[in-house]
Write a protein that binds this ligand. Structure first.
Ligand code: TXA
Ligand code: MG
Length: 329
């Protein structure tokens, strides 16, 4: 069973040794917890796929400690450098032409690599201490909800790994924004995330191709990306607040869990099957709590989960993307 370790100097050293010996370590990041291995070590990387039950056609993100380190593993262009300078370290992953030193197993034999420089201090300390980058997908079984706490990793992968480096709750709570920058002049958002399309477009005075347009053009660069789910084991539906109120009244047997954006103003004591993602509806708070609440509710005895529609603006776009995938069955 995995040991959850606090990020002391000694424990970061332990994690470092573990990774240097071809083993995996679950690590905290500002987005979600990751399952890390030496990205240059084929055997270690294969373990990631095996432990997650992830198909080999779904490539991994390579994590580096700096733009300088990123340049060792991919071919940067001026647009990518500008974005890195603005948003790294942080929740931005860029897809770029790969260099030969990244093994094919990491990128599902694509000639591009997804690269990210994270901001979480503990993860950065670890990356800075290592002479190699870390390949790390979210630390959940393939298709399940991403983890935002060490205990989430322990609950679903604890019997398959040795070490989980614990740095409390992930600060952001949803996965990084992924941008395809292979062609610097025509960047495309592949996965909406904490860093919004609007923010990037405003900062750089450019127009990003949307995930929808990528799907329609059938030019998705990774087969894994656009299909991936983030689903609880119970059926999930996204419903407008006005309709939820009627559903709550009808659900006299309390078979459904209702997840609202914010604390309801009036709440009768008897309604235990109502949950909320934030006190006041603030988007960042909703993002931070979403996966933990979905995991909790999924463990309870409800037959289905009803989540209130989230306004599709700023981070809400990414949240609705994840919920829509979670609702697919
Ligand atoms: O916030 C995050 O990005 C977290 C933390 C741990 O860094 N990682 C994460 O990794 O969400 P993962 O493996 O769960 O999702 C990465 C996605 C996959 O859907 C994969 O298909 C896509 O990135 N991807 C990886 N390499 C790619 C490539 N070369 N081209 C296109 N998509 C790629
Ligand atoms: Mg994932």
């Amino acid at each position: 069973m995995a040991t959850i370790i606090k990020p002391t100097v000694g424990n970061i050293q332990l994690a470092k040794e573990h990774l240097s010996n071809s083993n995996l370590v679950a690590v905290p990041t500002e987005t979600v917890y990751g399952l890390a291995a030496n990205a240059l070590d084929v055997e270690a990387v294969l373990q990631i796929f095996k432990i997650k039950g992830r198909p080999l056609i779904d490539p991994l993100i390579v994590h580096v400690s700096s733009l300088e380190q990123a340049k060792l593993y991919c071919h940067m262009n001026p647009q990518a450098i500008a974005l890195a300078q603005k948003y790294w370290p942080g929740p931005l992953t860029m897809v770029l032409p790969k260099k030969d030193n990244i093994p094919g197993v990491v990128t599902a034999n694509l000639d591009s690599v997804a690269i990210r420089c994270p901001s979480n201090r503990v993860f950065r300390n670890l990356l800075e201490s290592l002479p190699f980058p870390l390949a790390a997908p979210s630390a959940n079984p393939f298709g399940y909800i991403s983890p935002t706490k060490a205990i989430h990793v322990s609950e679903s992968l604890g019997d398959k790994i040795d070490l989980i480096l614990d740095d409390d709750d992930s600060e952001i709570g949803i996965e990084s924004t992924i941008i395809d920058l292979r062609n610097g002049h025509q960047p495309a958002i592949l996965r909406p995330g904490p860093l919004t399309q609007k923010a990037i477009e405003a900062e750089f005075n450019l127009k990003l191709t949307t995930p929808q347009q990528v799907v329609e053009s059938k030019s998705a660069p990774s087969p894994g990306l656009l299909k991936s789910h983030y689903s609880p084991s119970k059926p999930l539906d996204i419903v407008k607040l006005t309709e939820i109120e009627a559903m709550i009244t009808k659900d006299t047997l309390k078979e459904s869990a209702f997840i609202l954006n914010k604390r309801p103003v009036k709440l009768s004591q008897s309604v235990q099957n109502i949950f909320w993602l934030s006190e006041s509806g603030e988007m960042e708070e909703i993002a931070k709590n979403l996966y933990a609440l979905l995991r909790n509710v999924d463990k309870m005895d409800y037959q289905r989960i009803i989540v209130e529609t989230i306004k599709a603006e700023s981070v809400g776009i990414a949240l609705m993307d994840r919920l829509t995938r979670a609702s697919e069955r």
